[in-house]
Design a protein around this ligand. Structure first.
Ligand code: GDP
Ligand code: MG
Length: 162
C-alpha cells in the first residue's frame, strides 16, 4: 500500500497546482483506490524515488456555510485517511484567521503535519514566511508549486522514515 499524502489548506493557496505537479506524469486518477472514497481527488504520484498517493481537497476555511460545509468535511476525511498532511498556506497573502483555525485542528491530530508556505517565487521567502511560525506547527517549508521549487525536497522530508 502506497503512503497517502493529503493536501489541505484554505481555498486558493495552491493545493491543486501542487497536486497537478505531483501527478502530471501519470494522468490516471485513482478514484477506486481501495478503502478510499470518491469524494476527494486522488492521484498516483512520483517524486524522485518516492511513489505515493496524493489527495487534493476543495479547501477549508473554518467559517463554512452551505456547500462549503461539505467541502470542509472532505478535507477532514482526507486528513484522517492520510499518512502525512501537507498544510498549505499562501506566503504572499500572509497568515489568515482561516489558517489559524485549520492549524488548531491539525495540532490535535496524531499525524505528521508539514506546514508548507507556497507561492514563494519572486519574493523574499524568509521574511514572508516568518509569521507562520506562530501557527505552532514547527518548521515552515517554502515551495513554489507552479514552478516546482522546493517540491522534491519537501516530498523527501514528508516520506522519509521517522
Ligand atoms: P487551491 O484552491 O488551493 O487548489 O489553489 P490553486 O492550485 O487553484 O491555485 C490558486 C491560484 O494560485 C492559481 O491562480 C495558481 O496559479 C496560483 N498559484 C499556485 N501556486 C503558485 C505558486 O507557486 N506561485 C504563484 N505565484 N502562484 C501560484
Ligand atoms: Mg483546488
Amino acid at each position: 500500500m502506497l503512503p497517502v499524502i493529503a493536501l489541505v489548506g484554505r481555498p486558493n493557496v495552491g493545493k491543486s497546482t501542487l497536486f497537478n505537479r505531483l501527478t502530471r506524469t501519470r494522468d490516471a486518477l485513482v478514484a477506486d483506490f481501495p478503502g478510499l472514497t470518491r469524494d476527494r481527488k486522488y492521484g498516483q504520484a512520483r517524486s524522485d524515488d518516492y511513489e505515493f498517493i496524493v489527495v487534493d481537497t476543495g479547501g477549508i476555511d473554518g467559517s463554512e456555510t452551505g456547500i462549503e460545509v461539505e467541502m470542509a468535511e472532505q478535507s477532514l476525511l482526507a486528513i484522517e485517511e492520510a499518512d502525512v498532511v501537507l498544510f498549505l498556506v499562501d506566503a504572499r497573502a500572509g497568515m489568515t484567521v482561516a489558517d489559524q483555525a485549520i492549524a488548531d485542528h491539525l495540532r490535535k491530530q496524531d499525524k505528521t503535519i508539514l506546514l508548507v508556505a507556497n507561492k514563494t517565487d519572486g519574493i523574499d521567502a524568509d521574511s514572508h514566511c516568518a509569521e507562520f511560525y506562530q501557527l505552532s506547527l514547527g518548521e515552515v517549508f517554502h515551495i513554489a508549486a507552479s514552478h516546482g521549487r522546493g517540491v522534491t525536497s519537501l516530498i523527501e522530508i514528508a516520506l522519509q522514515p521517522v
